[in-house]
Write a protein that binds this ligand. Structure first.
Ligand SMILES: Cc1cc2nc3c(=O)[nH]c(=O)nc-3n(C[C@H](O)[C@H](O)[C@H](O)COP(=O)(O)O)c2cc1C
Length: 191
C-alpha cells in the first residue's frame, strides 16, 4: 500500500509520556507527548517536538524545565484527560485526579505512580514556522522501584509502558511486549 508522505506517523509506533511543567505562578500543567526521543546512547539529552500553541511549550520557555513522566497502560484515561485543551490556569493534576510528586532537582512536580521520571533542563530550542524542537538535558533520572531491578532495567512485562499507533481517524493505544530475543550491544560490531 502506498501512503502519502505526510502519513509517516502512521508507520512508526511511538511512545506515550506525560510531560509535567509549571508556569511562573506555580500552576502545574500535564500533557501527553509522543514526539519525544532520547538523543542517541550514551548521552543525557532528550528532544521533543511541540506545536507552537501549547501551554507545555510556554512553560518550558518560561521556567526552562520539564519532567518526562512514564505512564503505564493503566493510565490511558488520565492521559486522555490531560490531552484536553484546558486554559493555562487549569491544574491538570486536579482534572485528571493525579497526585503531584516532589522532584529532586526541579521545582516542577512529577506525577506519582508513574513508572519513571526524567527531570530535564532546557538546553536549546530550535524554532520552525509551526513547531519547535526542544532539547532538554536530563539532570535527574529515577525508575519506580516496583518496576526496576538493581541494574536499572525495567520489568517490561509487569510495568506495561504505554505506546501508540496513529491512524487515519483515531489513535490506537498499544503496549510493547517482549519478543523473547535479546541482543548484546556487541552484536552490532561483529564483522
Ligand atoms: C498520545 C498523545 C500524544 C501527543 N503528542 C504530542 C506531541 O508530541 N506534540 C504536541 O505538540 N502535542 C501532542 N499531543 C497533544 C497535546 O497533548 C494536547 O494538545 C494537550 O492539550 C497540550 O496541552 P498543553 O497546551 O497544556 O501543553 C499529544 C496528545 C496525545 C493524546
Amino acid at each position: 500500500m502506498i501512503l502519502k508522505p505526510q502519513k509517516r506517523e502512521q508507520i512508526i509506533p511511538m511512545p506515550v509520556v506525560l510531560i509535567s511543567t509549571m508556569d511562573k505562578n506555580g500552576i502545574p500543567n500535564i500533557a501527553p507527548w509522543s514526539n519525544i526521543t532520547p538523543i542517541l546512547r550514551p548521552f543525557d539529552e532528550i528532544v521533543l517536538a511541540s506545536w507552537i500553541k501549547r501551554d507545555t511549550l510556554a512553560n518550558i520557555r518560561e521556567m526552562h524545565e520539564f519532567i518526562v513522566n512514564i505512564p503505564s497502560s493503566k493510565m490511558i484515561e488520565e492521559v486522555m484527560v490531560c490531552s484536553r485543551n484546558y486554559p493555562p490556569d487549569v491544574d491538570e493534576f486536579i482534572e485528571a485526579g493525579l497526585t503531584p510528586r516532589t522532584s529532586t532537582k526541579l521545582k516542577t512536580p512529577g506525577i506519582d505512580g508513574c513508572l519513571a521520571w526524567a527531570e530535564c533542563l532546557l538546553t536549546e530550542e530550535i524554532m520552525r514556522e509551526n513547531y519547535s524542537l526542544i532539547i532538554g538535558k536530563v539532570v535527574y533520572l529515577e525508575g519506580n522501584d516496583d518496576f526496576f531491578n538493581e541494574a536499572g532495567e525495567m520489568d517490561f512485562e509487569r510495568a506495561h509502558p504505554l505506546s501508540i499507533m496513529l491512524g487515519e481517524k483515531e489513535m490506537q493505544f498499544t503496549r510493547p511486549v517482549v519478543s523473547g530475543r535479546k541482543a548484546a550491544y556487541s552484536e552490532m560490531f561483529i564483522k
